[in-house]
Design a protein. Sequence first.
Lengths: 351, 149
Amino acid sequence: MRIRVLIACGVLWVPVWATAADDMPRTPSGRPDFSGTYDIATLTPLQRPERYGDKLTLTEDEAAALANREATYIAGRNAPTDPERAAPPQGGDGSTGAAGNVGGYNAFWIDRGSGGFQIDGKWRTSIITDPANGRRPPLTKAGTAAAARRAKMYRPNKGEAWWIKEGVEPGPYDDPELRPLAERCLLGFGSTGGPPMLPVLYNNLKRIVQTDDHLMILVEMVHDARIVRMNAEHAPDDVRSWLGDSVGHWEGDTLVIDTTNFTDRPALSGATRNLHVVERFSRLDEDTLLYQFTVEDPTVWTAPWSGEYAWPATSSRVYEYACHEANYSFGGILRGARILEQEALAQTDDD
Amino acid sequence: MQQEVRLKSCRIAASWLAAGVLLLGAAVPAWAHHAFGAEFDPNRPLLLKGPVVKVEWVNPHTWIHIEVTNEDGGKEVWMIEGGTPNSLLRRGLKRDTIQIGQVVIVDGYQAKDRSNRANGRDVTFEDGRKFFLGSSGTGAPYDKERRGQ
């Protein structure tokens, strides 16, 4: 079979086959077969902690320490707590991020991996590899201004309608469409669907279905399905979509996906409709893919930036994520904002 | 009724704070499906206790329903928001892992819309073991580990 394919493809394919591992799974047409399910959870961060500087790799001890810290943290979080405990503090528990001063939830819901990832036998300090410091390049002037505008619409959660008191219009809860795309169940959070596709707090499974004409990448979170058209042209510039327009081609045994035509709100934080992402899939070994990406958005970043990490195959399954069916929170958030607004207005009247 | 639950919990919180005890263990994710800060009110802390009457294994977040008895003996159902059920399924837990009627203790904050909803910062059984991880005889992987199987 392989010989017949080789003959049919001509001499162009010979060097490619000569360098490929003998056990590499291939499609009937001879391309590397990336079909399968992958668990991309990793404790290695997108951006390198500044203490590592330009250091690309971790020692075995450092990698072990990373895994041990997480294991210790999870074990501590899973240990019993005092059944005689009281309610949490009045005014909030001081938690930050999405936990927003009210705390999050127990660790058994969280699934962000148990260790870092390796490439060519080396543990990495970050997913980003370019710039050399493993961190996103500086923002442009416009990118800085946009970040400042976003920050202006955020306040620590004090349980009050600060936008009424400060006269901010529109307020962050005035229109459902002003709310984050993840909250609206339109995209997963943290660029889990991307592109680029990045690891997040849970639901890190991806399923690839591959044919000669199309590649489908099913993202467990919000079951975003990325459809890549092979050897095709991009859609016209005015055709825009949440996940962008992806076209693919092969460079030897590497699958290259080029994505443009994003909306004004791509999944990648801070990016704009001018985002352009190039992704590369190749095989590290029989059970692992290498995922590489380059991000370019001259509106936001002063230079392109690139990263790479391993996608290990898993026997686990992608479960359904019917986000709209039970998104009770969204209605609750909007109703809650209305109540806080009424309280703020009543207080203003009293004053 | 609902207000009474809240007021009672606030009183408990105040005395607890006075004792200077710090509760550790609430997850602080940088990102999640939605910001819990947008949904729950830091000025309405709660401590709820009661039997589980229903568990909704739904996305984007699991909801645990418990029946709470007030000081005057009245009963009301509270919905406790957790994380994605997919993580539980991958741990080998199933819909029937949690038996209806098991008593749980929940600490969290009431929703800003004043409904009987709260986030579950920490959901445990009566003896302090974690909900889901602490139920025994379920056959779930964690349960087997605990029993040394």
